[in-house]
Design a protein around this ligand. Structure first.
Ligand SMILES: C[S@@+](CC[C@H](N)C(=O)[O-])C[C@H]1O[C@@H](n2cnc3c(N)ncnc32)[C@H](O)[C@@H]1O
Length: 262
């Protein structure tokens, strides 16, 4: 997918962003966003000097800055950053700055600088696997020794698993948005192992099955809404490990990784 189109898409999405809302156009599924945020926070430390790529309108960023010493939050959409900066003006804090930067240009900006780099669904917005590999390599270069790369991203093979299961129950396939390029788990793991060791993998299997199989079946033929009580309950089930089963893992089309620089 063309990078210009992706940038335009996110710039246009800024119209829908509201300063005081807990839902952002960049995080349309608020309960999944909440789970992703908890995973990311579980990897942060107060002594960390951090970079976030693709921070969007900073819905999640303000939670991360609470957990670290300093956070430089970046995005390449000037319109989303305008909103992020408005939020910063409202909640003056010393340990957070916003900067316009494409994740494809971090190579020129930083070397061995950060304890931690965060990507919450930014890597899937880089158009191609070639671009994604470049950014992963540059992230490795921008991290200090033993620094961590914390990411939560979409994976195509897992979405295929979910779609096969949905088909068994006569539900339509979920399509990847035009501006996203989901990762292939095998290729991704083979590539990152050159640069990182995997410390943690988090899957959202319970939430995915409840929100993307049971919820649509329960209300069929209506379409499920992200911001619903059923999905909120699904998030609580995931958080409290109420349906914790290895079998559900393979349906988690989003995965969280904590990677440590080799
Ligand atoms: C799915 S949104 C996630 C935003 C935010 N992390 C969140 O969870 O709310 C993807 C973000 O990546 C940004 N993005 C897309 N391409 C980018 C690039 N080349 N460099 C930096 N950010 C990019 C978009 O502007 C958008 O804010």
């Amino acid at each position: 997918m063309n990078l210009k189109y992706i940038k335009e898409y996110w710039n246009n999405s800024a119209i829908k962003s509201k300063i005081n809302s807990n839902i952002a156009p960049t995080s349309r599924d608020p309960f999944l966003a909440n789970l992703e945020r908890n995973f990311i926070i579980s990897c942060l430390k107060k002594k960390y000097y951090c970079l976030e790529i693709g921070c969007g309108d900073a819905l999640n960023t303000f939670y991360y800055k609470e957990k670290v010493k300093y956070l430089l939050a970046t995005d390449n959409s000037e319109n989303l950053l305008k909103i992020a900066n408005k939020k910063l003006k409202k909640n003056k804090v010393k340990n957070l700055d916003f900067m316009q930067l494409s994740a494809l240009d971090i190579n020129e900006s930083f070397i061995n600088e950060f304890d931690c780099i965060i990507s919450q669904r930014c890597i899937i917005n880089l158009g191609t696997w070639q671009n994604q590999k470049k950014t992963i390599k540059d992230i490795h270069k921008s991290l200090k020794k033993n620094g961590s790369f914390v990411l939560t991203e979409g994976f195509s093979n897992r979405l295929e698993n979910l779609n096969k299961l949905r088909k068994d129950y006569n539900l339509q396939s979920i399509k990847v948005a035009k501006y996203n390029n989901f990762l292939d788990e095998k290729k991704f793991e083979k590539y990152i192992k050159k640069y990182f060791k995997i410390n943690k993998i988090y899957n959202y299997g319970t939430y995915t099955i409840l929100s993307h199989l049971f919820h649509p079946l329960a209300i069929f033929p209506k379409n499920p809404k992200h911001d619903s009580l059923i999905n909120k309950t699904a998030m609580q089930f995931q958080n409290n490990e109420l349906l914790n089963s290895d079998i559900l893992k393979k349906y988690s089309y989003n995965l969280g990784y904590e990677l440590i620089k080799k």
